[in-house]
Ligand binder design. Structure first.
Ligand SMILES: Nc1ncnc2c1ncn2[C@@H]1O[C@H](COP(=O)(O)OP(=O)(O)OP(=O)(O)O)[C@@H](O)[C@H]1O
Length: 251
């Protein structure tokens, strides 16, 4: 299904640079993600993939360059930042649910506080989203009572509840037991098929092949190569990508 405005640039990074002390963690990043596009970011450990997600959500500042979301430049701080951040959902490796809130409260808190949605309406929508990700029966439990796969699906419902323009996923299945990985990936494949704009850092090559419109390969803080999954996986152009794929695709 094509979302309205599909194909228009939504997340645009121009000449983005960032250092952590002496470490040049992002170098000359130029990336434009279109509405409805699913971009999978691959690369060796330490190549800057998480940092890329974190600067898009302003969890980290950039040194130079610019980042725009739907044409709006990311503000430094204040209510404008809270507003813009609400448009950029984030799903973390470690779920990051509110431990002392129920599952339903986790999903309704943002819409009520940030989007000013009336509580009853937020709860109704929250239950719909929990149904969509298959955890509606857990609505009144606390996160610690759920499996990792269930918690991550709640985290996805929580992100969706804000009606974000884009969702960033930072290794969403890396902390899960193997048998729970697919239940989360299935939800993500469904979102991708439904037209959600997604930037996904993952080591799940099956997901990349199945759901990505484009693969972006990073090494040493740079985008070294990008392309459609079929060509990236079968005929990577750079030696860095060839090395990376030969290491991970041999088993
Ligand atoms: N807050 C920080 N302060 C200092 N260095 C950091 C910080 N966050 C990340 N780094 C360093 O920046 C580099 C890139 O880290 P990043 O987490 O973005 O890589 P990554 O590609 O996501 O790696 P992984 O696949 O292992 O998660 C690493 O060398 C990391 O140690």
């Amino acid at each position: 299904m094509e979302a309205p405005g599909a194909g228009q640039p939504l997340v645009v990074l121009k000449d983005v640079d960032k250092h952590f002390g002496d470490l040049h963690v992002l170098q000359d990043i130029n990336l434009s993600v279109a509405k409805g596009e699913v971009v999978v970011v691959l690369g060796p450990s330490g190549s800057g993939k998480s940092t890329l997600c974190r600067v898009i959500n302003r969890l980290e500042t950039i040194g130079s360059g610019s980042i725009t979301i739907d044409g709006e430049r990311l503000p430094e701080e204040g209510s404008a930042l809270a507003h813009l951040r609400a448009d950029v959902g984030m799903v973390f490796q470690s779920f990051n649910l509110f431990a002392h809130k129920t599952v339903l409260e986790n999903v309704t808190l943002g819409p009520i506080k940030v989007r000013k949605v009336p509580a009853a309406q937020a709860r109704e929508r929250g239950r719909e989203l929990l149904t969509r990700v298959g955890v509606e029966s857990q609505a009144d439990k606390y996160p610690a009572q759920l499996s990792g796969g269930q918690q991550q699906r709640v985290a996805i419902a929580r992100a969706l509840a804000m009606d974000p323009k884009v969702i960033l996923f930072d290794e969403p299945t890396s902390a899960l037991d193997p048998e729970m990985v697919n239940e989360v990936l299935d939800v993500m494949v469904g979102l991708a098929g439904g037209g959600m704009t997604m930037i996904v850092v993952t080591h799940e090559m099956g997901f990349a092949r199945k759901a990505a419109d484009r693969v972006v390969f990073m090494a040493d803080g740079r985008i070294v190569e990008e392309g459609v999954p079929e060509s990236f996986f079968t005929a990577p152009q750079s030696t860095r990508a060839q090395d990376f794929l030969s290491k991970i695709l041999t088993h």
